[in-house]
Design a protein around this ligand. Structure first.
Ligand SMILES: [Zn+2]
Length: 402
């Protein structure tokens, strides 16, 4: 069987010299300039209901010669990105808005392609060679990669750090695959806990990491302090930097947590079942904003692609599947279960349920059903047995993934 090559991105911190910083700033600026020019032209045609022009950057180079000084692939990629944005919009107007004009304050980046070895990495010297940067930029290569470089995206964060994300085409995409210990795993995402997980060995709850909670509190304080400062003052700039750093810290810490947790779950289980988070997202808007913000969607996308990499099955159940309302022991459906009922007593069998544990057990059974080739569970399902140890181990919660 021929394997399709996999693309993987590796992100590294880079340390440009003053001259390179200038070059990057110029390139970011030209990309923004070309984006806005092309977008303006397209939008005008769109408003007049004319055919939308598909210009190339070369068209602008005569009129604006400074565009010739920067990497031409960066500008070509702008054209492609913009055309894709329009295509997405016409395909699905509800999900994709029309592209917007770029501002200097937005995150700055440009993407360049590897053509005839124009991009190289010297692992010994710690240098990344990019088009128009013949001397190479210093790069912190904290991990190696094998494969062909497809493209590199250079970005600058709000707090003034530079990164290069290197896209690699690799044949041996499978990382070391561990034999799963558990056949199935059901995950209920929660507000008080990040997740409640049930697999062959029982149930446990995963807490929101404490450092995230603390980080969010600090973020709130910094936001307040920034908004109080006079715009444009030195103090305001300092406060903006502190805020940007804290934003970066939280997003890194959250990603780290989500990657480790999803990897541990994929390692341990053959089938992973989660619920549709749409309903909970609605619920969330009515409750206080919590550290789960934006974490859920990312977590599910990590589970999904890791499942693919490691040959596991990922199932997302329909939003109408009543994972919380159905008793996992007797199948009784408690229609009047309220959103804030954390525990409930089943009228069918008398069992007292922790809401989240019960939901994760139901999701776990869905996984077993699919895995054994049986019909997936629906409302009128028959009673099922319990997992071997149906205990809820709250204390051992976040130690599991270390
Ligand atoms: Zn029951």
């Amino acid at each position: 069987m021929q394997r399709k090559p996999t693309l993987k991105a590796f992100k590294y911190r880079i340390y440009p010299t003053d001259a390179q910083v200038l070059f990057f700033a110029k390139t970011f600026g030209c990309c923004r300039f070309v984006w806005n020019k092309m977008l303006d032209k397209k939008l005008q045609a769109y408003k007049k209901k004319e055919r939308i022009p598909q210009d190339t950057p070369a068209k602008y180079k005569e009129e604006f010669p400074f565009l010739k000084e920067v990497d031409c692939f960066a500008l070509c990629n702008i054209q492609l990105q913009l055309e894709k944005a329009f295509k997405d919009h016409f395909r699905n107007r509800k999900q994709f808005n029309l592209p917007k004009f770029k501002k200097k304050r937005d995150k700055q980046s440009y993407t360049t392609n590897n053509v005839h070895n124009s991009i190289r990495v010297d692992f010994e010297k710690g240098l990344l060679y990019l088009p128009k940067l013949r001397n190479g930029v210093k790069i912190e290569l904290h991990r190696r990669f094998d494969g062909k470089i497809k493209s590199v995206t250079v970005s600058r964060t709000n707090d003034g750090k530079y990164f290069a994300s290197i896209l690699i085409e690799t044949e041996n995409r499978r990382n070391k695959v561990v034999e799963p210990k558990s056949k199935s795993c059901g995950i209920d995402l929660g507000l008080s806990h990040f997740a409640t997980v049930t697999n062959d060995f029982g149930s446990y709850k995963v807490e929101h990491p404490k450092y995230l909670r603390r980080g969010e509190e600090r973020l709130k304080r910094l936001q307040k302090s920034f908004s109080k400062k006079q715009k444009g003052s030195k103090n305001s700039e300092k406060a903006r930097l502190r805020l940007a750093r804290q934003h970066a810290y939280i997003s890194n810490a959250r990603n780290d947590f989500l990657h480790k947790l999803s990897k541990a779950i994929i390692d341990e289980n053959q089938v992973v079942v989660v619920e549709d988070i749409g309903v909970k997202g609605l619920l969330k808007t009515r409750l206080a904003k919590s550290v789960s913000d934006s974490g859920w969607a990312k977590f599910l996308s990590y589970l999904k692609y890791k499942a693919e990499w490691y040959g596991r099955t990922f199932i997302q159940v329909d939003r109408f599947f009543p994972s919380s309302k159905v008793c996992h022991r007797c199948g009784h459906k408690k229609e009047d279960l309220a959103l804030n009922d954390r525990t409930w007593c089943c009228p069918g069998c008398g069992e007292i349920h922790d809401r989240d544990v019960n939901a994760s057990i139901n999701l776990y059974f869905v996984g077993l059903g699919r895995h054994e080739g049986m019909q997936a569970l629906v409302d009128d399902r028959s009673p099922y047995g319990l997992p071997k140890k149906p205990s809820c181990d709250e204390t051992g919660s976040s130690t599991f993934y270390g």
